[in-house]
Design a protein around this ligand. Structure first.
Ligand code: ADE
Length: 791
């Protein structure tokens, strides 16, 4: 209402505007529950209410209210919270506004707010509604009811749709529920994101051999209008140790009108089943631009159980780009061939790059690189205007100055400080704006439209670090298959290691913290270790690791032993005198930042009242400052991290953040990495375009990753970057960054994120590496918060 999207004419019943009561940005509503028409389907997440205060002539407010809503204006439904309670507690005086999160959110166009009073009396209340357009356009899904896992009377998990707002009678029919509530299930379906949720709460699940599901589950999805469907994304569990797998295939039929017939010729999609990675994941089903207002999808079981936590659709309204009569097969084949060619090209270049690097390592310095423009793209490449995969990072490496010789990147004082807006009059902490209906991307502008103007970013006069040669921090478990670090460390031996050697008997194993391709990280209790540390993290190389992995492990130790900063994980000592090789670092009690944030909510009165683990906006900013500070230190040494992400930031018990790169996390977060040739892994969603396309890793590409890490922090790590895009689409999007014709998809502004901070992120994703801010500048821009927020 405040921003004018809900007009007076959208409110009916006896709602009125009174000059005397003066609700400047709301409506005063008397006598009848008002009907609000939001004008379009909306994902409603928050309701604010306030009383009517007119000096002595009327002090009225509602102590509680109920909500009724309707998606079509005809069928009305009563809202209930996740515990089944329909009543929302509201005001206790006439002036203070009370803001309530809706758990679950409501997808609706029409809303009624119905005051609840003990005795029949007129009640006046001012109301504000918060939400976002529901762009999926989905109005209902139907299908077999979810089931219970476990023997009768001993339910292990209840996999029903507990907030479904249609009818549930063996079948779910005509409603929306947990598949559209924006809550993504965890890898272990027995764990829930919802406070007071039971095991399996976040998932809707079916057993293969039940009567309602013989080999497959059929679901129907109804949309408000006809749309052209690009893809469907189904968030599925894959905990195969308990007989749960993503679906093996799905067939989707389409119909253009609700009462029409299902078209022949479904879109059929076979998934790649995965018996190695138990992570829950989004499975993207390409729908070939088919036009329809309803879909029927038949999901085939791959194991005993199939479990979904979210379903969403990428589609556009308007005329179909593919006539329904045309078979989508040629289009699909065309897309697949293009993608395969692209991948073959990338693989070829990576192999070539590796080969060239090996040769370079052997023969010594290579000739100076071909002249490249500021962004590392030659003028010829630029003129060609095509997606180019060229320029070896090895050539750049050959002109590497010795470690520490290049100037401190410095500068950055001109970046505008990030401003945290806080209502100083309010006793409550700053409220996050309502959460959008999960991931939304601004639609790419039509071809030919100029790209959006770049944000005003800091520009330093000092020589920019973006083109300086670098040392890579990544080690054995890092993804050093895809780029060649300009390491000054050549063939290492144990004698090169300067870190303190300790007898391994002093380390007593306590528990396993992580695992990767070449080793494991353990929590150990140490005796007589340097600095007196008792609990330490021990990264151990597997005895059967390749000689390359051993060398990389020793390199990582050598590099880490040179680092000393409050925001970088500290190497304490090593055991390299005998196998297995071990490096001992400080132990970070709160694990990694991704896990930490994804298990918390943003602080609010609700989290306080219900003891829900939470963090405040100031905490998030403090975390961002710390990461920028650690990176500033690395940049000052010309170290390039190459895998900065929330999963590689660790937290101790006082919430100090330290940047690490324990590639051991690769197993846990394997869906964050894109596998090439089954060997190399690339964190493509965090990588700058030039790293993906040109294999170029610089401090400037670390800045890009820092922007993505900030984005993760302000989405509370609840979502993977570009979660609606498949890995292939992310790579295609990288091509759009290179072409710079305004068609690149950007990460959206997280609702929690202050606008000035989002501007900063956008600067980090600048097309020209040398226009991106420095870490020093980022640190200075972020730091004022600490004083504002009292850190
Ligand atoms: N996981 C990997 N490294 C760790 C560390 N140093 N502390 C805690 N958990 C970890």
């Amino acid at each position: 209402m405040q921003d004018g999207r809900i007009k007076d004419s959208d409110i009916t019943a006896s709602s009125q505007w009174y000059e005397t009561t003066g609700p400047k940005y709301a409506r005063s509503v008397c006598c009848q529950p008002p009907l609000v028409d939001l004008g379009q389907l909306t994902f409603l997440t928050v309701v604010g209410t306030q009383g009517r205060y007119a000096r002595s002539s009327g002090k009225e407010y509602a102590r509680a209210y109920r909500l009724a809503y309707s998606r079509d204006g005809a069928l009305w439904r009563a809202w209930r919270n996740r515990q089944g309670n329909p009543v929302v507690e509201a005001n206790s005086d006439a002036y203070n506004a009370v803001i309530k999160d809706l758990h679950p959110p409501i997808i609706t166009q029409f809303v009624r707010i119905i005051p609840v009073t003990e005795v029949s009396a007129p009640v006046c209340m001012r109301v504000e509604l918060y939400g976002c357009p529901w762009e999926d356009g989905l109005v209902s899904y139907s299908g077999a009811e979810g089931q219970v896992m476990g023997p009768p009377g001993h339910a292990l998990a209840s996999l029903n749709d507990s907030i479904y707002d249609g009818t549930q009678h063996r079948r779910l029919s005509g409603g929306l529920g947990q598949l559209t509530d924006g809550v993504i299930g965890q890898d272990d379906f027995l764990l829930t994101r919802q406070y007071q949720g039971w095991p399996g709460y976040d998932y809707l699940g079916w057993r293969n051999d039940s009567l309602s599901t013989l080999g497959h589950v059929e679901m129907e999805f109804m949309f408000q209008t006809q749309r052209n469907f690009t893809s469907m994304k189904v968030h599925s569990n894959n905990m195969f140790s308990r007989g749960v797998k993503i679906f093996s295939s799905v067939s989707c039929w389409f119909k253009s009108r609700p009462l029409g017939v299902w078209g022949a010729g479904p879109v059929v999609f076979h998934t790649v089943l995965d018996d190695r990675n138990p992570s829950a994941r989004y499975v993207t089903v390409p729908l070939g631009g088919r036009s329809a207002s309803a879909l029927r999808c038949r999901f085939a079981f791959a194991d005993v159980w199939m479990m979904f936590s979210e379903v969403c659709f990428l589609s556009a309204t308007g005329p179909s780009t593919v006539p329904p009569a045309v078979s989508p097969t040629p289009v699909l084949i065309g897309c697949l061939v293009t993608i395969i060619l692209l991948l073959v090209l990338i693989i070829f270049l990576i192999l070539w790059c590796q080969f060239a690097c090996k040769v370079l390592e052997k023969v010594g310095p290579a000739p100076a690189p071909a002249p490249v423009s500021q962004s590392g793209v030659s003028e010829r490449q630029r003129a060609a205007g095509v997606l180019l995969l060229t320029a070896s990072p090895c050539l750049l490496a050959s002109s590497s100055p010795p470690l520490g010789s290049s100037p401190h990147p410095g500068g950055g004082a001109d970046l505008p400080p990030v401003v945290l807006q806080r209502d100083r009059g309010s006793a409550d902490p700053p409220r996050a704006p309502p959460r959008p209906p999960r991931h939304r991307y601004p639609p790419p502008p039509a071809t030919g439209t100029p790209p959006p103007p770049p944000p005003q970013c800091f520009h330093s006069n000092a020589p920019h670090y973006a083109e300086t040669d670098v040392v890579s921090l990544q080690g054995v478990t890092g993804s050093n298959m895809y780029a060649v670090p300009a390491l000054t460390v050549d063939s290492l031996s144990r004698q090169d290691i300067s870190a303190t050697e300790v007898p391994r008997e002093r380390l007593v194993f306590r528990e396993k913290l992580g695992e990767g391709q070449f080793g494991e990280v353990h929590l150990c209790e140490g005796e007589g270790l340097p600095g007196g540390a008792v609990l330490v993290a021990v990264k151990q190389l597997r005895a059967d690791a390749t000689s390359q992995a051993r060398n990389d492990f020793l390199k990582e130790i050598k590099i880490m032993s040179r680092l000393s900063d409050p925001n970088i994980i500290q190497l304490l000592c090593v055991c390299v005198a005998s196998d297995p090789l071990c490096m001992v670092t400080e132990y970070m009690e709160n694990g990694d930042l991704n896990m930490f944030l994804s298990q918390r909510e943003i602080e609010s009165t609700l989290t306080h009242a219900n003891n829900i683990p939470s963090v405040s906006l100031s905490d998030l900013l403090h975390m961002s400052v710390q990461i920028s500070s650690g990176m500033r230190y690395l940049a000052s040494l010309n170290f390039v991290h190459r895998d900065l992400a929330s999963r590689n930031c660790l937290l101790d018990r006082r919430l100090t953040i330290k940047i690490a790169d324990f590639g051991m996390s690769r197993n846990l977060y394997s869906s964050d990495y894109y596998r090439i040739q089954g060997r190399a892994v690339l964190p493509i969603r965090w990588m700058a375009w030039e790293s993906i396309l040109l294999g170029k890793f610089t401090t400037a590409s670390d800045v890009w990753a820092f922007g993505v890490t900030l984005w993760e922090v302000f989405t509370m790590c609840k979502e993977q970057p570009y979660s609606l895009l498949s890995d292939q689409q992310v790579i295609q999007n990288t091509g759009e960054f290179f072409r710079n014709q305004g068609r690149q998809v950007l990460l959206y502004a997280p609702p929690l994120c202050p606008p000035s901070l989002f501007k900063l992120m956008m600067c980090c994703w600048g097309r020209d590496a040398d226009q991106r801010p420095s870490f020093e500048g980022l640190y200075r821009a972020l730091r004022p918060h600490n004083t504002i927020c009292g850190f």
